[in-house]
Design a protein around this ligand. Structure first.
Ligand code: GLC
Length: 431
């Protein structure tokens, strides 16, 4: 059966397109203000004021094994952690800066135990690393982003800064990350914003080509995102906080892609945000992503005490409850071959290895579900949650009385009551 072929990638994406579902973690000093990881920029907080969070960062309840269990329980297969976010604070014991977890009340490297814990749960390891840095003394302050973007003395502040020294620091830290933690499966740089007048930041500011060469030399198989401002060399496209309409394309070609999404809008822990997505929405989002051939990287912002808060645990548990019975329609699955038309209110996924097709029903219909393009192709059908048979009929006789439904329609006979699961799935064994 014809499934979409993507452009070949320099890194190893074979496991990635199988596993489909990962956990993003945004954790840094911004967990303390608890009002967005961009707080330093949003409120234009100078270093000496922001420092209060450095002095009080004390995640005494931090238990990375609990995080890893929560992620594995939700059905996630890999994780991506912010080794450093835009604020510049580092979770590991970098030799190149003092601005790191061991120098806070936390008093230790927080990254190694996390990597170990997730590996123990059988999960792959990804590092998010911010290109942007609002703390480094050689990072040139530009007029667009950062706490000092509007500073009247910006030029003065920049007088002694040499961006190339920052680029060297960036490379040095990435070298640490790619040599001190064993195999790293994903590297997620964030982000470039080049401007035509040269005032933003892009490949020249990061020395992206040098950085890229080093990354591929140290970890040739690593999966690299697309935010270094390089025309090629990346492995994945990374749409953020929206669901693409279809398979993500680059210059007319389908590519490997991963949507990244939050529970509530902000990535870092946000105490007061009320826009939390429901379990229903999140399960639908995961399905929708895989039905378009993509991966979903879903984010948790742990608290300053070092925990996933109750709202996050609730969503992860809900996802896990669904995944327990339905992961077969996610792992190893991709967009269905084009001859199968997606019925109204549904999403299709397809596993080319097992030749099974999955109909995810977002709005439960009344008894009959009509499938177009499926005529003569179904060997057996069942509800995935309980393996109960679903009757498959050719076009019922009465349809001739009510007008032609057209094409090669097959009708599934469903129970009147929606199965008691977030999104019911019908598993079709194809001939
Ligand atoms: C952004 C934001 C950010 C977040 C990231 C995740 O570009 O700067 O805070 O880390 O997207 O995709």
């Amino acid at each position: 059966m014809n499934v979409v072929q993507t452009l070949p990638t320099p890194g190893d994406t074979s496991w990635f397109v199988h596993d489909r579902f990962g956990l993003f973690i945004h954790w840094g000093l911004y967990a303390l203000p608890a009002r967005h990881e961009w707080v330093k920029h949003n409120e234009q907080i100078p270093d000496e004021v922001y420092d209060v969070y450095f002095r009080h960062f004390d995640p005494d309840l931090y238990d990375p094994r609990a995080w890893a269990r929560a992620a594995a329980g939700a059905g996630m297969k890999y994780f991506v952690i912010t080794t450093k976010h835009h604020e510049g604070f580092c979770l590991w014991d970098s030799k190149l800066t003092d601005y790191k977890a061991p120098n806070t009340p936390a008093g230790r490297d927080l990254l190694h135990p996390m990597v170990d814990a997730f590996r123990e749960e059988g999960m792959r390891v990804g590092f998010y690393h911010s290109l942007i840095d609002w703390h480094h003394p050689h990072y040139i302050i530009d007029p667009h982003i950062g706490p000092y973007r509007n500073a009247p003395n910006r030029d003065e502040m920049n007088a002694n800064r040499t961006q190339a020294r920052y680029a060297e620091y960036l490379r040095g830290q990435v070298r640490e990350l790619l040599t001190e933690f064993g195999q790293v499966d994903i590297l997620w740089f964030d982000f470039s914003y080049p401007k035509p007048d040269g005032s933003g930041k892009g490949r020249e500011d990061w020395q992206s080509e040098k950085l890229y060469a080093m990354v591929r030399e140290l970890q040739p198989k690593i999966i690299l995102d697309d935010r270094l401002d390089l025309p090629d060399g990346w492995d994945i496209k990374t749409p953020e906080q929206f669901q693409p309409r279809g398979w993500v394309m680059h210059e007319g070609q389908p590519v490997v892609w991963e949507a990244c999404q939050t529970f509530s809008g902000s990535w870092g822990y946000h105490r007061d945000e009320a826009s939390w997505k429901s379990i229903d929405q999140l399960v639908q989002m995961l399905i929708d992503t895989v039905s378009k051939g993509g991966n979903l990287l879903l984010n948790v912002g742990p608290t300053g005490r070092g925990e996933f808060d109750a709202r996050a645990l609730d969503r992860l548990a809900g996802l896990g409850e669904w995944m327990k019975r339905h992961s077969r329609s996610i792992y190893g699955c991709t967009q269905a071959p084009p001859e199968f038309k997606t019925p109204r209110d549904c999403r299709l996924t397809y596993n080319p290895e097992t030749n099974r097709l999955y109909v995810h029903v977002f709005a439960w219909p009344f008894v009959e579900l009509h499938l177009e393009g499926f005529g003569g192709k179904i060997e057996y059908a069942q509800l995935l949650n309980d393996a109960s048979q679903v009757a498959v009929q050719g076009r019922p006789d009465w349809q001739s009385h009510f007008g032609d439904v057209g094409g090669d329609i097959v009708t599934l006979r469903l129970p009147v009551q929606k199965p008691d699961v977030t999104v019911p799935v019908i598993e079709l064994f194809l001939k």
